[in-house]
Design a protein around this ligand. Structure first.
Ligand code: BGC
Length: 807
């Protein structure tokens, strides 16, 4: 133990007190023992330090900071160096604002384009997500503060996020949902990691011994602090025993007493508490020292410039018919679309940053010096409104005056938010209508799309160019102008497949449905792994993106350690190419996706320039998780190494022979027809059970601490029915108004126990148990217990706080 000297001076109460937060975003201090408090703040694309009232949903304001592009944007740069630079700037701003732990990056797998938080995550692919996240972590931690990769793990939807149970097989868990975290932990050594809200195969992530002990700590060697998501602790003592260090936000004295009781009653040992405390002290003391040393200012102009570079490298050119882009000097350009004036540059929720400054496309185009003639602006539509005839007429009149129309479309603020999954993948009706009427009078339409996740693009044929600007952060508009006018050559490539329609997406039948269980029936077949194996055509494939120049690939040399090839810029402008390496085994005995990304490299080339590009293959290149031997194995034989400009544009291939580990076939004798073919829409219950290795768990609502407030109508208490109805009405009316109330969404999906975890000690678990009695139909006894426990909690809390203050 690193801090045995301090630990031995603490009594059990003090030890337990240090393992939960004191306020929404700070830990507890014991000044008498030389232990300071530290601040944790969101988040992934900028620091969100709340100086006043604090919340975990991005509702109250925060200290201004640079708003970088969201992770789903920067992932499209496929540029680890850039990720590290952004991370370094984030860490610098955190330290300057006295933030010791930055709660990000998020690297959950984008299982479905409908997940409300896809914008906060990097990719549908674990290698790309893991490497980008590792780059961020390295950058953040260069400042001595801690990054906090999240949400560990299998947390790919917002619906019922605090109470949903992700049901999946061990191989899918390891290969798809954990590999990114494995990369981050092993390669970037984060000082903390945040567990997710959900259960995994019946056990909450935060108390899941398999996840936190077997995998995170033993297999990967993580020795940092595990932090709960806000209110994500279910059984704190079990969490501590199984590897969870810090309970957040501020559960109050009850959580401390719960831990003490668990030690005194033998449920966990004091050594468990000491082990967690040692991790906690290491985190607190090391990051506090770094924060103390750090300057209180940072170069905001330099960070804005970096944010602009990050946005520019992340923009993806999806369509460019007849080379309409870049815009030509002397061209008369009309700018249409509300997003030009009021940009959408980040997502809603806990990641929302109070940006230091925000560029707009309109200003950037007006300030452009490339010779374009700006002929006017029309907003064209209202963000959440219907198609207004007047706005359409104005847009059409303006479009007629221009050579080219730049149409700024996208998803509005309410369509992408933490806490809320998207209902569909569509662009708003009024925006689609606008495109149609504008294109009818001027065919030279360039669409610039602001969105953090894929949308359906049946309308793409109505525009000559489609530029995916993603959610480009505070400097995204300037970056987009640089790409549109040709000052910079687009080089981003998609980190998530754009399906032709939501109906084609692999998780659609098992995403965001009724009940708590989320069945990951599609197994490994997420994103391109599915589309390419099952032969489903897509709108824009994974890894796809156009450029203003062209690249040629030649001279591939390959062995099982990696590939080397020559890439030549054969066009007339300087640009960057993202070279991707996929591995395929066409004669595989153990079923696997048609091909999988195993490496990539980005190369900048002047016109005519050639360079040798090397992409190494690591231990993850050929392995698969064998559920029989319970470890990574390699199927021996011949593998195809495919080098391409996208997952669907393979330019060179080579065969290599790989020595296998001769493990027994884990699926021998099982009927897994649709997993073999990748036609996972037809997976039967029997097949899913065969893959899981056990029956599909029953999905029942139980009246216990984990019943959600939205489920109280399943209880036997009129009080519960009324409370549920009130919440439901508030929710429905906010949806009907088109402004979903995030707070109510959160409360509706919140389990009862979270009342005790998120009310700063006001509610105890004893009170929650009283509520449970009430909901079970013991009306009077239930209420009386709540009242009794309330008084008891109040008095115990004040005694404890006094003791802690004086220690
Ligand atoms: C989110 C986390 C976030 C935390 C603190 C939670 O609701 O899931 O990502 O870091 O709040 O704001």
């Amino acid at each position: 133990m690193k801090h045995a000297d301090i630990i031995q001076t603490l009594n059990l109460e003090q030890k337990c007190a240090l393992l939960s937060g004191e306020t929404v975003f700070t830990t507890r201090a014991l000044p008498g023992k030389g232990i300071p408090a530290i601040t944790l703040s969101d988040g992934p694309n900028g620091v969100r330090k709340q100086a006043g009232a604090a919340d975990h949903l991005g509702l109250n304001p925060s200290v201004p900071a640079t708003c970088f592009p969201t992770s789903s944007a920067t992932a499209c740069s496929w540029d680890e160096k850039l990720g590290e630079a952004v991370g370094e700037a984030l860490g610098e701003e955190a330290a300057a604002q006295e933030v010791a732990v930055l709660l990000g990056p998020g690297l959950n797998i984008q299982r479905s384009p409908l997940c409300g938080r896809d914008f906060e995550y990097f990719s549908e692919d674990p290698i790309l997500a893991g490497r980008m996240a590792a780059a961020y972590v390295r950058g953040i931690q260069k400042n001595g503060v801690s990054a906090c990769p999240k949400h560990f793990a299998v947390n790919s939807q917002e619906l019922r996020r605090m109470a949903s149970d992700s049901v999946l097989d061990e191989r899918t868990l390891r290969e798809l949902y954990l590999t990114g975290f494995e990369i981050v932990v092993k390669e970037a050594k984060p000082k903390t990691i945040m567990t997710s809200y959900n259960l995994i195969n019946g056990t909450y992530a935060n108390e899941n011994a398999h996840l936190l002990q077997d995998i995170l700590r033993k297999d990967w060697g993580f020795d940092g602090a595990v932090v709960t998501d806000w209110g994500g602790s279910n059984d704190h003592a079990l969490g501590v025993k199984n590897g969870s260090t810090l309970e957040m936000p501020c559960p109050g004295g009850d959580s401390i007493r719960e831990l003490m009781k668990a030690v005194q009653g033998g449920k966990i040992s004091e050594a468990d508490v000491d082990a967690r405390l040692d991790e906690m002290l290491e985190l607190v003391l090391s990051t506090h020292a770094a924060v103390e040393k750090a300057p209180r200012t940072f170069d905001a102009a330099a960070h804005h410039k970096l944010a602009r570079r990050a946005a520019a490298e992340s923009i993806v050119l999806l369509r460019n018919e007849g080379g309409i882009l870049p815009l030509k000097p002397n061209e008369k350009l009309a700018v249409i679309g509300d997003f030009a004036e009021t940009p959408r540059y980040q997502g809603a929720g806990s990641s929302a940053v109070n940006a230091l400054q925000v560029d707009t496309l309109l200003d950037s185009i007006k300030a452009d010096d490339s010779g374009i003639t700006f002929v006017g602006y029309a907003s064209g539509f209202e963000r959440q409104g219907a198609a207004g005839a007047e706005k359409l007429e104005e847009a059409v009149a303006l479009a007629k005056k221009a050579d080219t129309v730049l149409l700024c479309l996208g998803l509005d603020e309410l369509r992408e938010s933490e806490g809320l999954d998207r209902a569909d993948m569509k662009l708003a009706e009024n925006q689609q209508r606008l495109l149609a009427v504008v294109a009818a009078v001027n065919p030279n339409v360039v669409v610039l799309l602001s969105a953090g996740a894929p949308v359906e693009t049946p309308w793409a044929g109505q525009c000559r160019a489609l530029v995916y600007g993603a959610l480009g952060g505070q400097a995204g508009a300037g970056a987009a102008a640089d790409i549109l006018t040709g000052k910079l050559c687009p080089c981003g490539k998609l980190s998530q497949t754009w399906a032709q329609g939501h109906d084609d997406t692999p998780a659609k039948a098992n995403f965001g449905g009724e009940g708590r269980n989320v069945e990951y029936r599609e197994g490994l077949y997420v994103g391109y792994r599915y589309y390419q194996t099952a032969g489903v055509p897509v709108a824009f494939p994974f890894g796809y993106g156009l450029s203003y120049t062209t690249f040629e690939y030649s001279d591939l040399k390959a062995d099982e350690k990696g590939v080397t090839l020559t890439v030549t810029n054969t066009g007339s402008c300087a640009g960057a190419e993202i070279v991707q390496l996929y591995v395929a085994k066409q004669d595989a005995k153990i079923f696997r996706p048609a091909q999988e990304l195993k490496g990539f490299a980005k190369v900048f080339l002047a016109p005519g320039e050639s360079r040798t590009v090397s992409i190494a293959l690591d231990d993850k290149a050929f392995r698969y998780w064998n559920v029989k031997t319970d470890r990574w194995e390699v199927e021996g034989g011949s593998y195809q190494l495919r080098v391409g400009a996208s997952s669907a544009d393979i330019r060179l291939t080579a065969e290599v022979s790989v020595k296998g580990t001769d493990a027994p076939d884990p699926y021998e004798g099982l009927d897994l027809l649709h997993y073999v073919s990748g036609q996972i829409a037809y997976v039967t219950d029997a097949e899913f059970e065969a893959l899981l290795g056990h029956p599909i768990p029953a999905d029942v609502v139980r009246i216990d601490r984990n019943m959600t407030l939205g489920e109280m109508d399943h209880g036997r208490s009129p009080l519960g029915w009324v409370a549920q109805k009130v919440l439901r009405c508030r929710l429905d009316s906010s949806f009907a108004k088109g402004t979903p109330d995030l707070n109510t969404v959160f409360q509706y999906n919140m389990p009862l126990r979270a009342l005790a975890k998120m009310t700063n000690g006001m509610v105890s678990m004893g009170m929650v148990d009283g509520l449970v009695w009430e909901l079970k139909g013991f009306w009077l006894v239930g209420i009386l217990r709540v009242v009794y426990e309330f008084v008891k909690n109040l008095s115990l809390n004040s005694q404890m706080e006094n003791r802690l203050k004086n220690s």
